[in-house]
Design a protein around this ligand. Structure first.
Ligand SMILES: Cc1ncc(COP(=O)(O)O)c(C=O)c1O
Length: 474
């Protein structure tokens, strides 16, 4: 019952393949943003009676239509969103293969190819980031939040020998770590979850370029030491979520070396540019990182979920996640069981979608895609500046944050309302999705060229919509 016969399987695969192809053929004409409320969806779901059987082919149709009509179309060239990419087709196929063969990537002997393939990718990316490839290692994660939390656990274990056995209460003071105020909010949850407490996150005021201010970092470390708190880690963000800004990693690394602090680089989105010889210079200093968060499911356009934590010394992961079990047979490959290198036990073969994508388009294919998205963002910035919009935040990646110069005379909250009205107009058109955010409290409109399908004509359409919106809402 769970496995249809061969003919049915082929028909179902053909049907699903056809639907996926229809989706990509129609995508550009579909509205980017769904118009639906929870009542509508709940009524629809309640009508599905789990006491009855349904034909799988009808279930496939029903699910496809629901996902299409009642979901944000993140692959759409007009989706300028939250780092959720148009997925690579190689990645889609990889997820299908991983689901069908269902390898248990937690243990080497259950998936020798899977584990070795992920190892190969981790070593490759560690080498690109400039970490010593022999010693460096890592693990695939569900995304940046898990990678960041793994980084914090590794840092605690590495910095405090008593932490693994006796926990935080064995330490002679409150451990604290540092991020710029433009940090990713996952660190608040992580500090809460691992028992540090949210106050352990010291957010350092950004400089005038919205980057972590190194002077303020040094002062805050000094103050913490004077109060008997225990600094143990600094987070440098390489591509902030709001604006794509990259902290001064080399200078932060010098502070970490002097102060003997663990350097974690959150390169969840921006780390991808390490594949482009033209763009990778922006990540200078990342080679000093002790741990790096890097999410292929963002700028490398593999389907969600796929994150990575790369560590300078592989044994740090083993020190943090080592366990003995009676029921998992010993692998012949010592140190290669992922369940002893991460929080997950049963694990999906996350790396396959990255492997199949890079193996098919090659590093150069990726470099060209990333450079294209960055060029599109640069083109947008130019078009906006020619029309009385002010680009805010200095980034050479694929995000543009901006404000309306014509509303300069307004108070901050009025400016925020005006920007929200502009964004609502654009989103309501169904042709594009953009958002409002605040960078260090300053309200701005945010556009990220998230989909590799975005071309100049889509940017021109967006600019036209923004101009109409401004005329209507001023
Ligand atoms: C800089 C940064 N770090 C971490 C994360 C969290 O990643 P995820 O959503 O994969 O958990 C994000 C998400 O946008 C991010 O922008």
């Amino acid at each position: 019952m769970l496995l249809p016969d061969s003919n049915q399987r082929l028909q179902l695969l053909q049907q699903t393949g056809q639907l996926i192809d229809d989706y990509y053929q129609q995508l550009e004409d579909l509205p980017v943003t769904p118009k639906v409320n929870s009542d509508q969806i709940r009524k629809f779901l309640q009508a599905i009676d789990f006491e009855k059987k349904n034909d799988l082919s009808q279930v496939v149709d029903m699910v496809y239509q629901s996902l299409r009509d009642w979901g944000m179309k993140v692959a759409h060239p007009g989706y300028y969103g939250l780092f959720n990419p148009a997925p690579s087709f190689a990645g889609v196929l990889a997820d299908l293969l991983a689901a069908a063969l269902n390898p248990q990537a937690g243990a080497w002997h259950h998936s020798p190819f899977g584990v070795e393939m992920e190892r190969h990718l981790i070593k490759y990316f560690a080498g690109r980031f400039g970490l010593p490839a022999e010693q460096a290692y890592g693990s695939f994660t569900s995304g940046g939040s898990e990678a960041n939390s793994t980084g914090v656990l590794v840092a605690l274990t590495r910095q405090f020998p008593d932490f693994a056995r006796h926990g935080l209460r064995a330490l002679p003071g409150q451990p604290v770590f540092y991020c710029s105020e433009e940090f990713h909010h996952s660190f608040e949850k992580i500090a809460h979850a691992c028992g540090l407490g949210r106050n352990a996150v010291r957010t350092i005021k950004a400089d005038e370029h919205y980057r972590l201010s190194v002077d303020r970092l040094e002062q805050t470390i000094k103050q913490d030491r004077a109060r008997n708190n225990i600094p143990f880690m600094v987070v440098a963000t390489a591509g902030t979520t709001n604006a794509g800004v990259i902290d001064p990693i080399s200078e932060i690394a010098e502070v970490c070396q002097r102060e003997q602090l663990h350097l974690h680089v959150d390169a969840a989105w921006g780390g991808a540019v390490i594949l482009s010889d033209k763009l990778k210079g922006q990540l200078a200093g990342i080679e000093h990182a002790d741990t790096i968060t890097f999410d292929p499911h963002k700028f490398l356009s593999v389907p969600m979920a796929a994150g990575m934590l790369i560590v300078r010394k592989g044994h740090w992961l083993a020190d943090t996640f080592h366990v003995e079990t009676a029921y998992v047979p010993e692998s012949s490959e010592v140190g290669m069981d992922n369940y002893r290198l991460s929080l997950q036990f049963s694990r999906r073969l996350i790396g396959l979608k990255l492997f199949m994508t890079i193996a098919s388009i090659g590093r150069q294919g990726y470099a060209e895609t990333l450079e294209h998205q960055v060029t599109m963002a640069g083109y947008l910035a130019q078009q906006l500046e020619a029309r009385n919009w002010r680009v805010v935040a200095d980034t050479s990646l694929a995000i543009v944050c901006f404000e309306d110069i014509q509303s300069d005379g307004l108070k901050q909250e009025q400016r925020a309302d005006h920007q929200a009205a502009v964004v609502d107009y654009v989103v309501d058109s169904g042709r594009a999705w953009i958002s409002v955010t605040r960078i260090v409290g300053r309200p701005v409109i945010r556009v990220c060229v998230t989909s590799y399908l975005t071309q100049k004509q889509h940017i021109d359409e967006l600019v036209q919509l923004l101009e109409q919106a401004r005329a209507k809402t001023t």
